[in-house]
Ligand binder design. Structure first.
Ligand SMILES: [Zn+2]
Length: 176
């Protein structure tokens, strides 16, 4: 065997289907249902082995993403904007109060935990145009009614930001 040994963790969880994850540090994790025989999970991994190796290779060759620096002044300006606009949209969208915070995130502009009514915004929004920030606010507030991105969600989002596809496209031009 010339391949280096790869460590695989099998973790049982209250789920119905198996999931396979490959992490940048080289770990392979299989999440599997409580009662599934381990042999089945092993066969599953074996059937996906090419994918595991390809993904691992990709992850290990990706340079670590470096987030652009946000100055204190830019961060303050974003906080002031969000303080005003989250409240504005919350009222316009007829939502109960929410809490929100800002932090640096590598993969998303924002997220929402509907049950806790808690929104998180990416500090990198400090570097984007105001109308794109509005789009993210409305997107996250829309998740309070619809947790997924299905037709109902899109309809709600479009109600307040009719040109959201164009704004989403522009957001993709910002490096995160
Ligand atoms: Zn979303």
């Amino acid at each position: 065997m010339s391949e280096p040994a790869i460590h695989i963790d099998f973790i049982r969880k209250p789920i119905r289907r198996m999931h396979l994850h490959v992490y940048p540090d080289g770990r392979v994790v299989v999440s599997m249902p409580w009662l599934m025989p381990k042999r089945m999970a092993e066969q599953f991994v074996q059937s996906q082995w090419d994918w595991v190796l390809t993904t691992m290779d990709k992850l290990q060759h990706q340079p670590p993403r470096v987030l652009p620096t946000v100055s204190k002044q830019q961060a303050d300006e974003l906080m002031a904007f969000l303080t005003e606009r989250v409240e504005y949209w919350r009222v316009v969208m007829n939502e109960q109060p929410v809490t929100w915070k800002v932090r640096n995130m590598k993969t998303q502009w924002g997220n929402c935990r509907p049950k806790m009514r808690r929104l998180t915004f990416n500090l990198q929004l400090a570097l984007v145009d105001n109308d794109l920030r509005d789009y993210i606010i409305v997107h996250e507030l829309s998740h309070l009614q619809v947790p997924n991105h299905g037709p109902l969600f899109k309809a709600r989002q479009a109600l307040f930001i009719p040109d959201w596809p164009a704004r989403r496209q522009r957001l993709k031009n910002y490096q995160r």
